[in-house]
Structure formats: C-alpha cells, structure tokens
Write a protein that binds this ligand. Structure first.
Ligand SMILES: *Cc1c(COP(=O)(O)O)cnc(C)c1O
Length: 335
C-alpha cells in the first residue's frame, strides 16, 4: 500500500473543504508564547475546541451528511459515539433537515448525553463499550433503514477531519511537526493526509492515553486488535478501532511517524497548562499535544510545531478538580 492509493487523498479533503465551507467555523491558529519559550521552536495552537458543538467532529459529520442523497437524509442517520461525534452528528443532521439517532455506552459522562438530547437527537444508552453500542447501530441500520455515519472509520468523515490539516498548513506554511490527538484515527488520518499532501517533509505524531490505546496496540500488532476500555481523563479517546477497520488503520500505519502514550498525570498537566498559561478550557483528549510537549517524551522536535486542541466538552466539576491538582481522578475506577 503506497501513499497514493490510500482511501482518502488530498483531493478528497480539498473537495470536503469546499463542501463544508460556511457550515463549520474556520477556527483560530495562535502562537503560544509559553510553549515556544519552553520548547525553543515556534509552537502554534489550532484552537479547534472553539468549533461549533465544541470539537472538530463537526467537520467530518457535516461532510458525511452533505454527501448523502436526499432519500438517505430523509431516512435519518445513526451512530455510536462517546459524545463529541454524537453532538456533531446531531447538529449536522438538524442543520440539513435530517434526524440523528445516537447510541452510546454507559461510560459516557452525563453532561455529554444531555447536550446531545438538547441538539434534537434520539439518544440510546446501550452496553459498557463502544462495541456494544455499535451492535444497536447495526440493528437500526438493518431493521429501520437508518444510514450509519461512523465516528472515524469512513472516508467522508476522514476527509472532513482533514480540512483541519489544510487550515494548519495555510496558517503555518513551513510547519515541520503536527501533534494530533489519536483514538480511532479519523482526525490523525485526515490531518496527516492533508498536511503531508501539502508539506511532504512534515512529521505527524499521534498522541493518546496509556489507558486503552487501541490504535497504538493495533499498529504494534500489524492488524486491528481490541483493548479493554477504561475510564480516563481523555474520555473522548476511549473505544476500539473496530476489528474490521477499513480506512483509518491503514492510513495511520502509512502516514503517522510516531505514536506516543501519555499518563493521566501528564494529561492533567496539559489541561492545567492550557488554562493557566493559554487561558483555554479544553478536555483531556485535547490536552495530549501540550502534555507531550511538557512531558519531554518527544525526543526529536523539529519546529515550527502545530498543536491541535481538539475539543472542550469537559464536565466543569472535573475540570476544576484537575486545576486543583487532582492528577488522576479515575484512579479508583481501575480494576
Ligand atoms: C474524537 C476525538 C478525538 C480523537 O479522534 P479520532 O478521529 O477518533 O482519532 C480527539 N479529541 C477529541 C476532543 C475528540 O472528540
């Protein structure tokens, strides 16, 4: 598999950018004085947590809904989601005159469930993992004719997320390193395809939590593997990549230069830095890029560096506990 016959190309991402233009925000890209000083190379932050619905997931969901036929849109869309994809799909479906049904596991925080209901979606809580929620999605597709829009393993979703990479290169044309949060790999695959399509020399590094790093385990195994799902500060990075993964696994394998794992304490430090130094409220999943810079785990660091802050949908009580210095709020949940 070479880079030219991957499922999503630079041209697909450029088409997605034209399609979703005006329907999603073009989020700010700002220099970080504190991280630039600490790292000794220019560091810029892509403030994608300011996106409508609070995360980049609106890009992929909007591109996916706009790619459907009128008949498919009338039947409605369905997805399993740990929260942010559900919010995004609920919003995107409503904006285009459709309805979303969102299935999610019981590990998803209550604030995310309530937000999705408020956005007009039909929410179904099923099982203790994304995989179990997915069984209900499959049932609704076969029995009720709904159209599945997956959170990451889908070419139109990946192309939509990739538009974020185009905006980074436009803001920082000589970007050398991009730090991207990694779970199912839709964001990382799209951003890497866009960035490397425009700047072939750039390195793209995926960051995720030590607890339940499904893509990392899969890349190491050479095929998609399942991992146990455990509560983490970075709850938006939870869940498997799907044993029948068709898009993101091969793209991450071909395009990511490295994947680095972060502890709960490091993710907490990233959230504290974002708030204390950058005045930004971000969720744990969005803090992994800053966490990696602060941790010293990135051996070689070529600048300029672009860091994606991917979302802000964090329970504010939890955010406050992290600011107060609780390094690992989920430690008691470990088995
Ligand atoms: C979904 C999500 C991620 C991970 O994206 P994948 O495409 O699943 O790798 C990272 N950060 C936030 C805030 C998210 O919602």
């Amino acid at each position: 598999m070479t880079k030219t016959d991957l499922p999503v190309t630079l041209a697909d991402i450029e088409l997605a950018a034209r399609r979703i233009d005006g329907r999603v925000l073009r989020t700010p890209f700002v220099p970080s004085a504190s991280l630039t000083e600490r790292c000794g190379v220019p560091v810029g932050l892509k403030l994608e947590h300011h996106q409508t619905t609070g995360s980049f997931k609106l890009r992929g969901a909007t591109n996916a809904v706009l790619s459907l036929s009128a008949d498919q849109r009338a039947r409605g869309v369905v997805a399993a989601s740990t929260g942010n994809h559900g919010r995004a799909l609920a919003y995107a479906a409503k904006a285009e005159g459709s309805v979303a049904t969102i299935c999610m596991s019981r590990l998803v925080p209550e604030n995310k469930v309530a937000e999705i209901r408020r956005l007009g979606a039909d929410v179904r809580i099923v099982g203790r993992s994304q995989d179990e929620a997915q069984v209900e999605v499959d049932r609704l597709v076969t029995e009720a004719g709904l159209v599945m829009v997956p959170p990451f393993d889908n070419a139109t979703v990946v192309a939509g997320q990739g538009t974020l990479g185009l905006e980074i290169v436009e803001a920082m044309p000589d970007v050398a390193t991009v730090l991207v949060p990694l779970s199912g790999g839709g964001l990382a695959a799209g951003v890497a395809a866009a960035v490397k399509g425009r700047v072939p020399k750039a390195r793209v590094i995926g960051l995720t939590m030590e607890r339940g790093a499904a893509m990392k385990a899969s890349l190491d195994a050479g095929r998609p593997v399942a991992v146990e799902e455990v509560a983490s500060l970075a709850d938006s990075l939870g869940g498997g990549i799907g044993l029948d993964n068709a898009v993101t696994f091969q793209m991450c394998r071909a395009l990511l230069d490295e994947v680095i794992l972060l502890s709960e304490a490091e993710i907490a430090a990233g959230m504290r830095h974002a708030y204390g130094e950058e005045r930004e409220v971000i969720e744990g999943a969005a803090a992994v890029g800053i966490a990696a810079l602060l941790s010293g785990r990135l051996g070689r660091l070529d600048g300029p560096v672009a860091v994606i802050l991917s979302g802000r949908n964090v329970d504010m009580g939890l955010h406050k506990r992290v600011l107060d210095g609780v390094a690992d709020p989920f430690a008691e949940d470990r088995t």
